[in-house]
Design a protein around this ligand. Structure first.
Ligand code: NI
Length: 169
């Protein structure tokens, strides 16, 4: 099932998501649907609040289907270590057609649970590190635009408000 992706302006994107405590078939199906929804939207990461579900679940595939082993399910993820700094253009499926340079650590270790509840740790660099941070931010009710200058953010918000008024958002 492909979910509709909610956009900036929807309050579900601004609130911290709830911890997952039940690891059942429903959760497994949801993560599969999240991959399907992410691929359909041409994304490399998707967090549950982006489909209107405020639970601490995210999926990532920075290879976009090329490597099946690159598919990652992050349940209740936590950032446990970061290193370095890297600036790169970043976007979000919930803020379509906008991109901004964002400076973030370029080596990141997370601790998360897989779809069966098993705890794992994984270190990612570059795009994967960025995805770990971006998706974990989503679960904390934060968007990447909180990492850009207030000036750029206000400009972007003004453009979005205009699009909303025109019924284009
Ligand atoms: Ni995003």
């Amino acid at each position: 099932m492909i979910y509709h992706i909610v956009k900036f302006g929807n309050p579900v994107l601004d609130k911290p998501s709830e911890k997952v405590t039940v690891f059942d078939e429903e959760l497994e199906k949801l993560t599969e649907d999240m991959f399907e929804s992410m691929y359909a939207a041409h994304g490399v990461g998707l967090a549950a609040p982006q489909i209107g579900i405020a639970r601490r679940i995210a999926v990532i595939d920075v290879t976009f289907k090329e490597d099946p082993n690159a598919r990652l399910v992050l349940i209740n993820p936590e950032i446990i270590h970061t290193e370095g700094r890297h600036t790169q253009s970043e976007g979000c499926l919930s803020i379509p057609d906008f991109r901004e340079n964002v400076t973030r650590p370029n080596k990141v270790t997370i601790r998360a649970q897989d779809v069966h509840g098993k705890v794992y740790e994984k270190t990612g660099e570059d795009l994967l590190a960025r995805a770990f941070l971006h998706e974990t931010d989503h679960l904390n009710g934060k968007l990447y635009i909180s990492h850009i200058s207030a000036l750029k953010r206000d400009l972007m918000k003004r453009k979005i408000r205009k699009m909303m008024k025109a019924g284009e958002w």
